[in-house]
Ligand binder design. Structure first.
Ligand code: HEM
Length: 130
């Protein structure tokens, strides 16, 4: 199966798991004070909805959609705006992969490898705007 199809199916199972986004942010916020300080004023309920679409954008880009949405994310997260340092994306991806492992009950090793490839491809675009 193609990487992006594996990821789409896995993401569907994650989104159907009620606490997926809560658990992702619990894990991401726990990973570093540098992450927590970025979200002190954030409405986390709204943020979870935004992230749901944000992850979908990473998957759609890996499936061949133009990178328009990721360019916009790159600009909003850049030094001049949210100022998200590139190394924080490693924490983001690690928290996401861990949460996928907890919520996708049918996850296979190849799915995790597919997620890794798909996330890295999009994260590279976002980081290139820092
Ligand atoms: C806002 C997605 C990585 C911190 C947002 C938004 C989206 C999003 C869709 C709202 C729209 C916007 O501001 O452009 C993503 C995706 C990421 C990612 C897909 C990974 C590829 C990160 C990382 C951090 C971060 C690593 C580090 C702490 C923030 C903050 C906001 C934000 C602080 C604004 C929250 C607020 O409105 O108070 N992100 N993000 N993001 N993101 Fe990210």
């Amino acid at each position: 199966m193609k990487d992006t199809n594996r990821v789409m199916q896995s993401y569907g199972r994650c989104c159907a798991s009620p606490d997926f986004f809560d658990d992702f942010y619990a894990s991401f916020l726990a990973s570093s004070p540098a992450v927590r300080e970025k979200f002190v004023k954030t409405d986390m309920a709204a943020q979870k909805h935004l992230l749901r679409a944000g992850i979908l954008n990473l998957v759609l880009f890996a499936r061949g959609m133009p990178d328009t949405k990721l360019q916009a994310l790159g600009r909003s997260h850049s030094r001049a705006h949210l100022d998200i340092r590139p190394e924080l994306y490693d924490l983001w991806a690690a928290a996401l992969l861990k949460t996928i492992g907890q919520h996708d009950r049918q996850l296979e090793k190849q799915d995790l490898e597919a997620w890794n490839a798909v996330l890295n491809k999009g994260i590279d675009v976002i980081k290139s705007h820092y």
